[in-house]
Design a protein around this ligand. Structure first.
Ligand code: ADP
Ligand code: MG
Length: 484
């Protein structure tokens, strides 16, 4: 049965910027487990304090705008958004309203083999609120103002996402972009990345949007996917029963697996937005913007494409290698030690990074930035393998040994007896001896049973003291069998 409804989703993604200090005050913006460690009079909203905008936060917001193909406004305006909540001591949040720092733009989201281009409405700069803790004390709500005033960008999409999986993939892509740019750790457990999902359904093929609900504060990829799935099913049931979807804000209860109404939808005019008189307009000069653009690393998407088209790597490899910027940079630095053509070293390096590297990197802080096998030594190991100086099994042992010792790979391999002899002159006498000792197999081969060569190669490998390159041994054995 064809689907009668289609799903429409727009996301509002909040991403904490990894500045050292807060958006408008000098106290630390670092995540900490101890409540109320990072609170100064500005973040507490004391009377007489004045905000001073953190220039780094502006640069970070511009960088995400450039990375997502937005127009970055030469001048934008900070606005007060008024509401009362105990974790917002000023009684308003400093945000942006009608003149945000970034507008337009798009993000390409990969889902299996398909790529979907998701348009962005805007990205604006704002401050975070504190945190109300309802479950620590049975008789009171506790307040932690550490997060109060930490800079955020809010990324708002057009209603372009068409499934829960797409919504989660979009969020993953945003996480990857901000981590590549180094402007946020994108850590969902610590609340650095969270999103509100706007969800509606409409009859398939209809050009009009249905009534949406907004699910607030989703803080894991799984929650986004499950909450949207639930909400789509709930709305479908309502429409099937001839009822209507009420526009409202809902909360996801992960334990119960349901969304519940939180409040009816607020309107912009409820917030009494106006330009913050304490803050001048935010100006970014064109040369500053160009400097920001010039300092940005190559994106994951562009690297991925290059790895597939220029280096001939399988898309699977390209995905894994570009997942984190440190991994991609590690791989590329190691590759820089090779001369073109690069396809063979690229694949050999990729194999080692994907299997051995990613398996062990967790023991060293999870990033290749401080991995004990540096790119040059990794290249050395791969060169030994490509030259057949070590077997594939020996290469695995060598990599593990290189994690413990800082010496050159060839030295470690020699010390551990991992080098394969690929010097024909050392092997020929052993080949001759083996053929002499197995006259029956030699005549079988010569009468057409060529399969017996494998046996003879095995005998040579066994008889040779040390490890020999099996391909070379086979060539020597066959040469000898064909002569005479
Ligand atoms: P509001 O005024 O209710 O905040 P906005 O127009 O600002 O709504 O949109 C907020 C978010 O909701 C955006 O991400 C937008 O793409 C999304 N959105 C708007 N209308 C719909 C809809 N009918 N269904 C799903 N998402 C929607
Ligand atoms: Mg909104």
């Amino acid at each position: 049965m064809p689907e009668r409804y289609e799903t429409v989703i727009g996301l509002e993604v909040h991403c904490q910027l990894a500045t050292a200090s807060k958006a408008f005050s000098p106290d630390s913006a670092a995540f900490t487990a101890e409540p109320n460690e990072h609170v100064d009079p500005v973040s507490l909203g004391h009377p007489g304090t004045l905000p001073v905008l953190n220039g780094r936060a502006v640069e970070f917001a511009a960088a995400i705008g450039l990375a997502t193909h937005c127009r970055v406004a030469p001048e934008s305006v900070m606005a007060r958004k008024h509401y009362f909540y105990p974790d917002l001591p000023k009684g308003y949040q400093i945000s942006q309203y009608d003149r945000p720092i970034c507008e337009g733009g798009w993000v390409d989201v990969r889902l299996g083999d398909a790529v979907r281009r998701i348009r962005l409405t805007r990205i604006h700069l704002e401050e975070d609120a504190g945190r109300s803790i309802h479950d620590a004390d049975p008789s009171a709500t506790l307040l932690d103002y550490n997060r109060c005033g930490v800079p955020l960008v809010e990324i708002v999409t057009e209603p372009d996402l068409a499934s829960p999986a797409e919504a989660a993939a979009f969020l993953r892509t945003i996480r990857q972009i901000v981590r590549y740019l180094g402007i946020s750790d994108g850590n969902m457990e610590e609340g650095s990345l969270r999103c509100d999902a706007n969800v509606s359904i409409r009859p398939a093929g209809s050009g009009r949007l249905g009534t949406k609900t907004e699910i607030k504060n989703l803080n894991s990829f799984r929650h986004v996917e499950r909450a949207v799935e639930y909400e789509v099913a709930r709305q479908r049931d309502l429409l099937d029963r001839g009822e209507r979807v009420v526009q409202e804000t809902r909360l996801w209860d992960d334990a119960a697996g349901v969304t519940r109404p939180m409040r009816s939808k607020e309107e912009a005019h409820d917030y009494r937005y106006f330009p913050d008189p304490d803050l001048p307009p935010v100006r970014i000069r064109p040369d500053r913007l160009e400097a920001i653009r010039a300092s940005m690393p190559e994106s994951a998407a562009s690297r991925r494409e290059r790895y597939v088209s220029d280096l001939g790597l399988p898309p699977y490899d390209a995905d894994l290698l570009t997942e984190e910027r440190e991994t991609a940079e590690y791989f590329e630095r190691a590759l820089s030690f090779f001369e073109p053509p690069l396809a063979a070293p690229a694949k050999a390096l990729s194999n080692v990074v994907m299997t051995q590297g990613l398996r062990r990197v967790g023991e060293f802080g999870g990033s290749f930035a401080a991995f004990p096998v540096d790119p040059e030594r990794l290249a050395g190991l791969v060169r030994l393998r490509l030259d057949d100086a070590v077997s594939s099994t020996a290469a695995v042992a060598l990599f593990d040994a290189m994690l413990d010792v800082g010496d050159a790979p060839a030295d470690i391999a020699a010390r551990l007896g991992l080098l394969q002899v690929s010097d024909a002159s050392a092997l020929v006498p052993v080949v001759d001896a083996v053929l002499e000792a197995h006259p029956a197999q030699v005549s079988q081969y010569r009468s057409g049973k060529t399969g017996v060569a494998g046996f003879l190669v095995g005998q040579v490998m066994k008889a040779f003291p040390g490890s020999a390159d099996p391909r070379l041994v086979r060539r020597l054995v066959e040469d000898r069998l064909h002569s005479e």
